[in-house]
Design a protein around this ligand. Structure first.
Ligand code: FAD
Length: 393
């Protein structure tokens, strides 16, 4: 297999054939026929000179490929191909045992072996390991929680430059904290869920976002939360081949989370918004935190239209108010959830702290009873069909 490369492509559906890019390119890599404007991979040096003058943004498209698209292929396109699945480099097929153990432990709450949704895109897994990590550059680090909150959650943006790092929503990456532990051994890799959609924080950027909570005396979370713009980070992965989105606009997606468990759901929501704006399937988010001030993405979430995302916020520590947990709001929405659970097009995702599993499970049990369903049987069949997913840590 060839080493993956980043190939510059032009979106034929958006391009208005104005010739600006061909005139701008300093190395004559852009040519056209009567059908399309295309980029010659043997000449393009990724200098980016053509990007700003393009009036439509059609020029700003990239795919990670092991075998580059030829000029003839590009001339024939009516639309851009989807990102290909990239296999790990030789010798990298097996995931490190400690990382696999973290993933297995995170998925144990599903009650059995998880599988990916039938329509999910094929993920690339384990392209980089700690012997050969990808090096990412921090391009942003912002505090997400309110300044009055003692919960310190950060939104990190990691840029991979020219290094191929294809991901799907629901996957995680590994971060290698620098230094050694008390026994003098290199620190172990920690996993973080990807909080941005597959084509980047902004469409067609080779970057991804993370949602990281600072843990008191935590080795990696403190390292990550203290990173500055321009700092370099060793990254492994991507990891995870089952906690993925259905590629089906009719699928109902019920997302239940606490704290940084919101990270993959930010990615899910953004991907559906960008790629399927007229999706008919419902998207619901049950999100638990102690107080609104502690809830990551609280401000931006308020602006997401209800038509795209039904939002239910549960707060367990608001002074003078009754404690409310995600399972309480789920029970309150029993008629809607009961109806959705009856549909073979419904997918459930649970993500966040281990402690949330039991309450969510018993709420689903109650809701099923009200809808004359058996949750144990339904859970097992949904899991086998790739429609029930738990990732808790
Ligand atoms: P560690 O150093 O590993 O410490 C672990 C715990 O021990 C911490 O709670 C810390 O407070 C405590 N501790 C450490 N040293 C001491 C000491 N000397 N005295 C007392 N207590 C101590 N986390 C996120 O924030 N966002 C995510 O999106 C995310 N996604 C994940 C996805 C998966 C699949 C998994 C498995 C985990 C995920 N995590 C996520 C958790 C993350 O991987 C780390 O476990 C977390 O950041 C803590 O790592 P750390 O190195 O900071 O803490």
């Amino acid at each position: 297999m060839n080493a993956p490369i980043k190939q510059h492509l032009i979106d034929p559906e958006i391009c208005i054939r104005c010739n600006t890019c061909e005139e701008t390119c300093p190395v004559d890599a852009i040519v056209h026929d009567s059908n399309n404007y295309v980029v010659d991979v043997t000449k393009c040096n990724l200098c980016m000179d053509c990007i700003p003058p393009c009036p439509t943004g059609s020029i700003d498209n990239w795919r990670i490929v092991t075998s580059a698209y030829s000029l003839d292929e590009q001339f024939s396109w009516g639309e851009l191909p989807l990102q290909q699945e990239i296999a790990p480099a030789e010798g990298h097929e097996a995931i490190d045992a400690d990382v696999q153990a973290l993933i297995d432990s995170a998925h144990v709450g599903a009650g059995g072996k998880s599988v990916a949704p039938a329509t999910a895109a094929k993920p690339s897994v384990n392209l980089y390991n700690r012997d050969k990590p990808a090096i990412a550059t921090v391009s942003g680090n912002y505090r997400l929680t309110h300044e009055e909150s003692d919960v310190d959650v950060h939104h990190l943006i990691l840029d991979f430059g020219d290094t191929p790092f294809p991901v799907l929503e629901g996957q995680s990456i590994g971060i290698v904290p620098p230094g050694v532990d008390s026994e003098g051994k290199p620190h172990r890799v920690r996993l973080y869920s990807i909080a941005s959609p597959r084509h980047g924080e902004k469409p067609n950027t080779n970057n991804l976002a993370l949602t990281v909570k600072r843990e008191p005396q935590g080795v990696c979370s403190n390292f990550v939360c203290d990173l500055k713009k321009g700092d370099k980070v060793q990254v492994t992965g991507p990891f995870g081949a089952t906690f993925l989105m259905p590629n089906d606009p009719a699928a109902n997606i019920v997302m239940i989370c606490t704290g940084t468990g919101s990270a993959p759901f930010r990615a899910f929501t953004e991907w559906r918004r960008r790629s399927m704006p007229n999706a008919t399937g419902r998207m619901l988010l049950f999100f638990g935190a102690r107080r609104p001030q502690d809830l990551p993405y609280f401000g931006p979430l308020q602006k997401v239209p209800d038509a795209l995302l039904g939002k239910y916020f549960a707060y367990s520590r608001v002074p003078g108010e009754k404690k409310v947990y995600v399972q309480d709001l789920m029970r309150r929405e029993e008629p809607l959830l009961g109806k959705l659970l009856r549909s073979a097009g419904t997918h459930i995702y649970v993500c966040g702290l281990k402690g949330m599993e039991q309450g969510v499970d018993s709420a689903l049990d109650d809701i099923c009873r009200g809808a004359e369903l058996n949750w144990r049987d339904l859970r097992d069949s949904m899991r086998a069909e790739g429609r029930y997913h738990v990732e808790t840590y």
